[in-house]
Design a protein around this ligand. Sequence first.
Ligand SMILES: *Cc1c(COP(=O)(O)O)cnc(C)c1O
Length: 366
Amino acid sequence: MLNKGCSEEEIFTFFSQKKREDMDHDYILSSMCTIPHPVAVRAHCMFMETNLGDPGLFLGTASLEQLLIERLATLFHLPTAGGYATSGGTESNIQALRLAKVSKQEVVYPNIVVPESAHFSFRKACDLLSLEMRPVPLDRNFRMDAEKAAEQIDKNTICLVGIAGTTEYGMVDPIADLAKIADAQDVLFHVDAAFGGMVIPFLNNPIPFDFALPGVSTIAVDPHKMGMSTIPAGCLITRDPDLLHSLNIDTPYLSVKQEYTLAGTRPGAPVVGALAVLDYLGKEGMRAVVSGCMKNTDRLIAGMELFGIPRAVTPDVNVATFTCRGIPEPWKVSWTRQGHLRIVCMPHVHLDRIEAFLKDTGEMYA
Ligand SMILES: *Cc1c(COP(=O)(O)O)cnc(C)c1O
């Protein structure tokens, strides 16, 4: 640290330089995050100093968090569901598994049954919570095989996990079948809709994945992805509004006496940002955004196939994957564990960017 501070001008000149080293969003085709919506940015700035970790001091902000949960619970067909705002899908998944673990404390060697396509956050969660992870193979279309999932469940299984919008291929697992299995075998069923939770409800033909299915216990959803909020904004929604209290610990010096969250200090800014986007756009606005992203996904797939670059699978949400050797600079794409090219058609990936990408790629393969 400097002994004597330097001028604001110097600091921000340096920061501007550094920020220019960041990738330009015009070329980012690999991310599930996007440029936040202007109303999210405005809300974020307005609530910059708020701390949801001490809700007794920020009653207004805390009530906005509850409003966000209510909005999402209603969107997921159960207005009475509970939940709270997390830092993202990773924390939501960890917390869902903590809930599962405390609900079956008698199990000595607990396991969870997850699809092979599970996000890597489940590895972290299993490590932290000492859980055995049982991966279930996928079918031809990269969806969890429900029958094989049922075979993996035993008396030590504390949670079944299904994914609504997989990170790598954008597929929705057979959530309805899995919900029935979980119900019949009496295990908690966590739906990881970190990405798809803000997409599926706004599709022309929504795939059932939420509390409308009786077996679904908890849902992870990330407003900082397709919800276009500022980072970090995730949510964990629980069918039973009191379920989270099973994680309560005493918090002696705070304005509330107990908390169930994983983080202590929690930013209110991105949480209010998430609410701002939902209320500003409404269902119609969200449908328009999602419909645009899906159209762009279709256009990208059609364009790539004209160059002889076939899709790996037809996705359920706006993630396109291809069997492809490489792509031209400076486009920033990603590659799946199985070696497929992966492009996420987020809201910042406008049609003209897709066309520009297709033009460059077409020239490379000509
Ligand atoms: C993005 C994602 C996560 C992790 O979310 P973070 O916000 O990065 O912690 C978990 N699950 C799925 C399906 C995701 O797409």
